[in-house]
Design a protein around this ligand. Sequence first.
Ligand SMILES: C[S@@+](CC[C@H](N)C(=O)[O-])C[C@H]1O[C@@H](n2cnc3c(N)ncnc32)[C@H](O)[C@@H]1O
Length: 237
Amino acid sequence: MNTKQLKSIRDAEKASHIEIYSTAKLFESGSWLQKPVKTVTDLIPYFSNYHYINILDLGCGVGRNCIPLAQEFKGKCKIDCVDILDFAVKELNSNSINYDVEKEINGLVSSIDDFQITPNHYDLIIAISALEHTDNTDSFKNKLTEISNGVTKNGIVCLIINSQITEVNKETGQELIPQFEVNLKTQELTDLLNNAFKGWEIIKSTVRNQRYDIPRKNCISDLTTDVITIVARKIYN
Ligand SMILES: C[S@@+](CC[C@H](N)C(=O)[O-])C[C@H]1O[C@@H](n2cnc3c(N)ncnc32)[C@H](O)[C@@H]1O
């Protein structure tokens, strides 16, 4: 993908997220922001004995997952929350005040590519529907390495990534260019993840074919994807 194509996808993607975040409030019933991702909240018991937890949420959005984690670990966690969209981070900051977790939430406007993950620092790193928005496949692979190095011993990585995405104009049936910077084949992505977390305890590993309607410029897109979930625990140093 050249720079012009990247810019075009990123601009469309940003506009789409502004639209989504403007039309639904965090935890609004009936919206996709209604509740946190269960795979994320299922991880809470793993940290019940921790006195303090450092968490990283890459592509955090308006706080659907990090705010419930901050509530759960109130007074004993810091969550670095990274999003490329200043609109999302502003909403996140205001949500963190509304849910009384502003001390725990550290909102950062940055691309995932530019955010350097400190090695051996985080007890939990989550990236939910976010890593497919890194600049390109090489950048994605580098970030995967940074993520695995960024986790402490017994720390957990929880990734949900879309692969093999297709988009079609819902009204006309016309094929659209998927608005994702990284759109790997499911097998290729599965191989990359298996390699990145070789020797780790695999807590969850699933591939689910899903279909969504999502707003795009001037149309609704009928999107199909293989959603890959991997939750892995670093059982060595
Ligand atoms: C599908 S949303 C998911 C948000 C959140 N993880 C959740 O589950 O509610 C993807 C988020 O990633 C952000 N994003 C997209 N590209 C990004 C990038 N290159 N770097 C950082 N954030 C990015 C978007 O602004 C958006 O908030």
